[in-house]
Design a protein around this ligand. Structure first.
Ligand SMILES: O=c1nc2n(C[C@H](O)[C@H](O)[C@H](O)CO)c3cc(O)ccc3cc-2c(=O)[nH]1
Ligand SMILES: C[C@H]1O[C@@H](n2cnc3c(N)ncnc32)[C@H](O)[C@@H]1O
Ligand code: SF4
Length: 409
């Protein structure tokens, strides 16, 4: 049996090489999910990495991307309580944040000066439904709910700074998403995991109704119905099983097969935080996390695969061996408000590490190149109101123009 390009992969173990399922995967033929699971669970990680790297290389042409972003922490009150989260604050906490639009726009302007292109707007889940402080903040700004503010703020950011908004406000309804469609280049919402077990008593999502897989799946589908490019992902190491990781990845892939709007999947490793229910839980082990990443690349052949470098400062370059092609948003000026104890490496450092592994590091926009350069996809997935903002930023590959990154203006 021979498959184009696979001749270069003679380093596979003999029994892996002779397993017919890998040829089915490579040729994108239908594979039985039990057989696939069996392979991903039992194969040596070295073999999975080789297969994952092969699949990435034939797609991505040795370019690894990142997005120059600023992180706008709009409101960190939240109606839910995930047992791993320290982002959420009580209104009485001195770290509670409710920004004015002018403060948010000021951060976006700084980003533009630092040659960033993405304004990542993050919020807690429907804070106004739980906290009178949040409701009052919205009322004073003239809004009835958070989505109205998000729509208004996103419009101001893009028109006043040219930065492209990418909002992660957790699960949103289709109507709420439609309010963001003309101003956000894409949305963010982590599936986290599709397992209902994790919503049971004592589990990470027990006190987070918005993390019910049904609610998150509904949001992913709504984005699909709106042709809204979306970034989603899994939080790895929250007491899920590897089987549940595979099932979550298969679900994401199924949704994307139907709508084609899932631009990217983030595999994010859980970091234990002081003062949370999961303070004493362990981060996922390195071999387990690597297996999860390789599994993601093998299942999600048409979707970009990101792992954030700041959550694995000493080993992140090795994730390139497991098939990733993106480092996600990296901010030269703002902290990671969800994982503030994990500062981003400098973009220069990420560049060095990426080149050492034989790749070229390039900046991308918060909407992926494939939706920009392919005119059919572009007509469908890029809102007409954003075209004039996107056009001057990109080169013929849909990546950020080198001169844009290298020149001050
Ligand atoms: O591409 C995205 N990456 C998101 N990421 C990944 C991000 O780019 C970083 O790599 C991580 O912040 C690393 O902790 C988030 C990470 C967080 O910790 C918290 C929020 C987000 C939200 C997004 C998001 O909406 N879109
Ligand atoms: C915005 C995203 O941040 C992630 N997130 C929340 N808490 C943690 C943590 N302790 N470690 C790593 N990632 C976390 C979740 O996946 C959420 O969806
Ligand atoms: S992870 Fe998001 S939904 Fe969960 S508690 Fe934190 S802010 Fe709220």
């Amino acid at each position: 049996m021979t498959v184009n390009g696979i001749q270069n992969y003679q380093h596979f173990s003999r029994n892996f090489y002779s397993n017919e399922i890998i040829y089915k995967i490579i040729e994108k033929r239908v594979v039985d999910s039990h057989e696939l699971k069996d392979l991903l669970i039992n194969a040596e990680i070295k073999d999975l990495n080789l297969l994952a790297a092969f699949l990435r290389n034939r797609q991505e042409n040795k370019v690894v991307t990142y997005s120059r972003k600023v992180f706008i922490n709009l409101i960190n009150l939240c109606k839910d309580s995930c047992s791993y989260c320290t982002y959420k604050k009580e209104p009485t906490n001195h770290e509670a944040v409710m920004l004015n639009p002018s403060q948010a726009i000021a951060i976006a302007k700084l980003g533009r000066k630092a040659r960033c292109t993405e304004a990542l707007i993050v919020t807690g889940e429907r804070p106004e439904t739980r906290y009178s402080e949040a409701k009052r903040w919205l009322t004073l700004l003239g809004h009835r709910n958070l989505s109205e503010l998000l729509a208004d703020l996103s419009e101001k950011i893009v028109s006043q700074t040219g930065m492209l908004p990418h909002t992660n406000a957790g699960s949103l309804t289709k109507k709420e998403m439609s309010m963001l469609r003309s101003t956000n280049a894409s949305l963010g919402m982590m599936l986290e995991n599709s397992s209902y077990r994790l919503t049971e008593k004592g589990q990470a999502h027990e006190k987070a109704p918005s993390k019910n897989p049904k609610v998150r799946l509904r949001s992913l589908i709504s984005a699909g119905e709106l042709n809204f490019p979306i970034t989603t992902g899994l939080l790895v190491g929250i007491d899920e099983s590897f089987s549940e990781i595979i099932e979550s990845l298969l679900l994401i892939n199924d949704v994307n097969k139907k709508y084609g709007h899932i631009q990217e999947v983030i595999m994010q490793n859980f970091i234990p935080k002081k003062g949370t229910m999961m303070e004493y839980a362990k981060s996922p082990s390195y071999p387990y996390f690597l297996r999860c990443i390789a599994a993601a690349r093998i299942i999600l052949q048409d979707i970009s695969l990101q792992v954030p470098p700041n959550l694995s400062p000493n080993v992140y370059s090795n994730y390139l061996d497991a098939g990733i092609n993106d480092w996600g948003g990296i901010s030269p000026i703002t902290p990671d408000h969800v994982n503030p104890e994990s500062p981003w490496p400098t973009i220069e450092n990420v560049g060095v590490v990426t080149r050492e592994k034989g790749f070229v590091l390039r900046a991308r926009l918060p909407v992926y190149p494939k939706y920009i350069i392919n005119s059919e996809l572009s007509g469908k997935f890029v809102h007409k109101d954003l075209k004039d903002y996107i056009e001057p930023l990109i080169d013929k590959y849909g990546l950020v123009k080198e001169e844009f990154i290298n020149n001050e203006y």
